[in-house]
Design a protein around this ligand. Structure first.
Ligand code: BGC
Length: 744
């Protein structure tokens, strides 16, 4: 065929037209783009995408630089991700190597533990869960994402959604407490906050649900310890917040350190593939926990790192954090036929998918704007949200004779205790780039509130965990010179968090003895307790007039506590976790089973402790207000419903006190007879409402068949016909009660 110039031109235009339409971003879906990238990659480049290294020495280290030699590996396409490297410029420099020097130009993804803030520290997650305010928690996560993303971070290893029923476990502070329903709502809120509506925006970051799964069930509350519970409990309780987070669109999950029933999570195919991918249809990727693949060796399921890598990737664990199992052995394992190319491709596809969704292929430097970094941290807006969150995280545990709120300016106040003027501890564990200089201490918060003329004396009295009592006399003297004592006691910031399990739940050191000495002065005492777990503050509860549980509240701690002390904010927090009276009672949680011999004081052979009581110090859902709420008129729309009906439940809540206030109205259900035993109560709904003094509000809930489902005798997720109790009230114990029947 004779081809002339105009035919060539025409063909060229035609080819350009076609190719533009096939390859341009606008016409290709992310999936097609993932496939085209994958089809061009060598085996080594694929393995590289599954490798994550840390910039620091240890987990949680705050490093700005990668380890020596990393640049070379990035240029060879042998690293897909870093953790613990921060800063718009540093991440830009490394990203530049990836997208300019490596053959495939695949951008790196930078992960970090942004647990409750980056530079602006927000209340610890357990505190925020006490707000029972998912919208607020979402807003707080949004702020954290804006700040972290400006410093080059694409991905946070949060939310931690482990159910924790044992306060000895230090990581209880990182989660949302003991309940799957509250935990699920916090999980979804945080995912939405971090990821926003558009993961490809430059101020949203990928979330990571961790630790998948069951990590909070560690025997004896000892971190990293063995977990062993039934599949039913696992699914009905521990997996729920993960499922909620996946449904909210979480981009990634982290496999946990623990085993369950003999199978460590990092080699658990049932968990990482059958449940997560096949049942839940999750299409993001799973990262290991720090060296959790390597830990398959001490767990005793792998003889060496190579076998550990084989078990992990075949189970569905996509990215190896710091074990080097994939980097060192995946190539050999593929060559030996122990790991198929298809398995590797699938893991790489998942990692690339999230990099595409983050928009990193379109603009790898979108998080690397040094100007934005300067202007987006510690802004007024961040501090305001942190302040609001801190106010709403505080739980009023006791308020005898309505000692609180205090009247401003009239009295001489002694602030006593090792946490009274601490600017470090309110940062809490995992505070990332938190800075004590930014923290308002309790003392400073009170001074800010009362202004220059206030008569405030401060005495530490003792250290947080030491045994010396030599400063007791000065503290007692300070109390004697004052009208009122604010006693700030609790834990230091590093007594909870990872590897921070405790065998006792008492106030550490001689703090309790200090409290006893101050009590002897006869002055009214308000205890302000800062801590990362429920403490057995039984003595305080019996002796001091008022108690505020403040957890670790972040940069605005002192201001928020002062707002509550002086009545500028009416406390509305409720406990997301049961407080035991004695450590020997744990694990203690409200949604326990009844047993065949529930405690009956008239019958010795029933389930109880003969030396102490069965009841908690404070139950789940508990928290007081300066006002009083009266519940009445519990109404159910029907006495009988079928599985296709919905039940409407309403209650009147009257603010019968002297202040406007917020109340968390809680709905619980008990399934009285099932094919398997059911908990004595289960939270099925809650609403946080504002009620003006004197006002009554009708609060309405709906229950559907979905809410009544559980894993029955045959492990099917169904509801079963029969009688149900309904409880509506101010906490898990004080409720109005009614019942209904579910028919087929
Ligand atoms: C923790 C994780 C954390 C990781 C990275 C591990 O030790 O268990 O929660 O995300 O380190 O710092």
């Amino acid at each position: 065929m004779k081809v002339n110039k105009s035919t060539i031109l025409l063909l060229t235009f035609f080819f350009l037209f076609i190719s533009k339409n096939i390859f341009s971003q606008s016409t290709k879906t992310n999936e097609q783009r993932v496939d085209s990238v994958l089809s061009l990659m060598t085996q080594d480049e694929k393995i590289g995408q599954l490798v994550q290294f840390s910039g620091g020495w240890d987990t949680g280290a705050q490093s700005t630089k990668p380890k020596t030699g990393s640049e070379e590996l990035i240029a060879q396409g042998k690293i897909g991700s870093f953790l613990n490297i921060i800063g718009a410029q540093t991440t830009k420099d490394l990203q530049k190597i990836a997208v300019e020097k490596s053959r495939m130009k695949i951008p790196l993804i930078f992960g970090l533990d942004v647990i409750h803030g980056f530079r602006t520290t927000f209340p610890v997650p357990l505190a925020e869960a006490s707000s029972w305010d998912p919208a607020l928690v979402q807003k707080s996560a949004r702020m954290q994402a804006i700040e972290a993303s400006s410093a080059g971070i694409h991905w946070t290893f949060n939310p931690m959604v482990d159910i924790a029923r044992d306060p000895r476990w230090g990581r209880i502070v990182e989660g949302s407490g003991e309940d799957p329903f509250l935990g699920s709502s916090m999980s979804a809120a945080r995912v939405k906050g971090y990821q926003g509506n558009d993961l490809s925006a430059n101020n949203t970051i990928a979330a990571c649900l961790k630790h998948f799964a069951g990590y909070g069930g560690a025997e004896g509350g000892r971190d990293y310890n063995t977990v062993d519970f039934s599949e039913r409990t696992f699914r009905d309780v521990y997996l729920k917040p993960f499922k909620a987070g996946v449904d909210a669109g979480a981009a990634t999950l982290m496999a946990s350190f623990n085993e369950i029933g003999g199978v460590p999570s990092s080699s658990n195919r049932q968990l990482l593939t059958n449940i997560l991918r096949d049942e839940w249809k999750f299409d993001g990727f799973v990262v290991s926990d720090w060296n959790s693949i390597g830990e398959l060796i001490p767990h005793g399921v792998a003889k060496d790192l190579k076998q550990a890598g084989e078990l992990a990737i075949n189970a569905g664990l996509d990215m190896d954090m710091e074990a080097s199992a994939y980097t060192k052995h995946l190539g050999e394992l593929i060559a030996e036929g122990k790991v198929s190319m298809q398995t590797v491709d699938e893991s790489v596809r998942r990692v690339l998918r999230i990099k595409f969704r983050l928009g990193l292929f379109d603009d790898p430097y979108k998080y690397c704007d040094t100007e934005r970094e300067k202007n987006s941290v510690l802004t007024k807006e961040m501090r305001d949200v942190s302040h609001e969150s801190a106010q709403k995280s505080i739980v009023l545990l006791k308020n005898e004779n309505e000692l609180l709120p205090l009247v401003k300016g009239k009295k001489k106040i002694a602030v006593i205790g090792p946490l009274g003027n601490s600017t470090l501890d309110p940062l809490g564990p995992w505070n990332q780039q938190g800075d004590a200089k930014q923290v308002v201490s309790l003392l400073q918060g009170i001074k800010n509130k009362l202004g220059g003329d206030a008569k405030i004396i401060f005495e530490e009295g003792c250290s947080l965990s030491g045994n010396e009592k030599d400063r007791f006399p000065k503290a007692v003297e300070a109390a004697n010179q004052s009208d009122i004592v604010i006693l700030a006691v609790g834990e230091s910031l590093d007594m909870s968090g990872e590897a921070r399990s405790r065998a006792t739940l008492d106030l550490p050191g001689v703090q309790q003895e200090l409290a006893e000495e101050i009590y002897k002065t006869g002055k009214p005492i308000i205890a302000v307790v800062m801590n990362g777990r429920p403490l057995t503050i039984t003595w305080l509860n019996e002796h001091v007039s008022s108690i505020l549980e403040t957890w670790f509240l972040g940069v605005e701690a002192g201001n928020a506590i002062a707002d509550v002390l002086f009545g500028d904010f009416n406390p509305s927090g409720k406990l997301p976790v049961t407080f035991p009276k004695y450590v020997g009672q744990v694990p203690m949680y409200y949604n326990h089973k009844n047993s065949g011999r529930p405690h009956n004081p008239k019958d010795n052979y029933t389930s109880y402790y003969f030396d102490y009581s069965n009841s908690p110090l404070y139950p789940f859902g508990y928290g007081l207000s300066y006002t009083k709420f009266l519940y009445s008129n519990l109404k159910l729309s029907a006495k009988k419903i079928s599985t296709s009906d919905q039940l409407n439940i309403s209650v009147d809540v009257k603010n019968n006190g002297l202040y406007d206030g917020d109340e968390v109205v809680q709905l619980y259900v008990r399934d009285l007879v099932g094919s398997v035993t059911r908990p004595v109560k289960e939270l099925k709904g809650f609403q946080k409402i504002s009620i003006k003094k004197g006002e009554t509000k009708k609060v309405e809930f709906t229950l559907t068949n979905e809410d009544l489902k559980f894993y029955n005798l045959d492990m099917n997720f169904v509801s079963e016909p029969g009688m149900f109790n309904v409880f509506v009230g101010t906490n898990s114990v004080e409720c109005l009660e009614d019942e209904f029947e579910l028919t087929n």
